[in-house]
Design a binder for this molecule. Structure first.
Ligand SMILES: Cc1cc2nc3c(=O)[nH]c(=O)nc-3n(C[C@H](O)[C@H](O)[C@H](O)COP(=O)(O)O)c2cc1C
Ligand code: SF4
Ligand code: SF4
Length: 259
């Protein structure tokens, strides 16, 4: 089995690792691969069971994962699943998107589940206080354990999605404005030129110039750079100022860095 994951602050990486550990304990061989790294090779032709684990972005599939899907040849797969981590999947269209993408390649999405964790989208909400954060992450692990059981039985099931049309319109809007997604990033005087922001970026969108990040307009707004900065000196607009930064407590900085 291969599980491709995409993760900025570790929620989806934790979910992927959690599922992989459950499969391994049940005697299945699992290979975990970062989508951004996998995309550096040409067409992807996995075999057997294939899972995708990624965050919900703007009620849909992250823009980078949309590109990843274009590289996928599902022809040798026999069971396909997706697990999406999110703040709350109240509103979403991602599974419709994925179902359509796989259908256009002549195959089906067998299972699709959401895991509500917590939202890292700081312009909208701050990260909750520690006790609430821990409660939410514990609840997410309970849900992941249940999902692992379902996937081990190779169930065919899909969580319900609400407000598909509105979700699709908002998601399409962000895709159309992709070149402007990093326009509001700023870096403060506290920057120490460590390069972590550049190293975490899945699209190599950050170049360091005289030790300071310059965004190159290929952003997918995963917010990895903003959350991983050790000086908390990257902001996206005004609303992220004074808000907490986040990394899943069971994921290390090194696991998130790509170069
Ligand atoms: C650009 C962006 C858009 C997001 N949109 C949604 C959303 O529409 N619905 C939601 O519940 N969470 C949304 N989130 C929150 C993430 O889905 C959630 O925090 C996820 O677990 C992050 O996973 P990661 O750390 O693996 O990247 C968004 C986060 C980002 C950065
Ligand atoms: S991660 Fe923060 S401190 Fe390091 S180079 Fe980037 S902005 Fe500067
Ligand atoms: S520039 Fe920052 S937010 Fe944009 S894709 Fe790279 S790490 Fe993610």
């Amino acid at each position: 089995m291969i599980i491709y994951y995409l993760s900025a602050a570790g929620n989806s990486l934790h979910a992927a690792k959690y599922l992989a550990a459950k499969f391994t304990a049940a005697g299945e061989e699992v290979c975990l691969k970062d989508m951004a790294e996998a995309m550096k090779t040409g067409m992807l032709q996995p075999e057997g069971t294939v899972g995708l684990v990624m965050p919900l972005h703007y009620f849909g599939v992250p823009l980078l994962a949309e590109e990843f899907l274009l590289r996928m040849d599902w022809g040798h797969t026999d069971y396909r699943f997706v697990v999406m981590t999110c703040g709350s999947h109240y509103m979403s269209n991602a599974f419709h998107q994925l179902t359509a993408s796989l259908a256009s390649r002549g195959t089906v999405l067998d299972a699709a589940f959401y895991v509500d964790m917590l939202s890292i989208y700081l312009p909208l909400n701050d990260i909750p206080p520690t006790a609430k954060k821990e409660r939410r992450l514990q609840k997410a692990d309970v849900r992941l354990a249940w999902i692992a059981g379902q996937l081990q039985q190779r169930v065919k099931a899909q969580d319900h999605e609400y407000l598909n049309l509105v979700s699709r319109l908002i998601h399409d809007f962000t895709r159309r404005h992709r070149a402007a997604l990093d326009a509001d990033f700023t870096v403060g005087e506290d920057c120490i030129g460590c390069g972590r922001c550049a190293a975490v970026c899945p699209t190599a969108n950050i170049r360091l110039e005289e030790g300071r990040p310059i965004w190159q307009h290929r952003c997918t707004q995963c917010l990895g750079c903003l959350h991983i900065c050790p000086r908390k000196t990257i902001e996206l607009g005004q609303k992220t100022k004074g808000r907490q930064r986040y990394r899943h407590p069971q994921i290390s900085v090194e696991e998130l860095l790509r170069r």
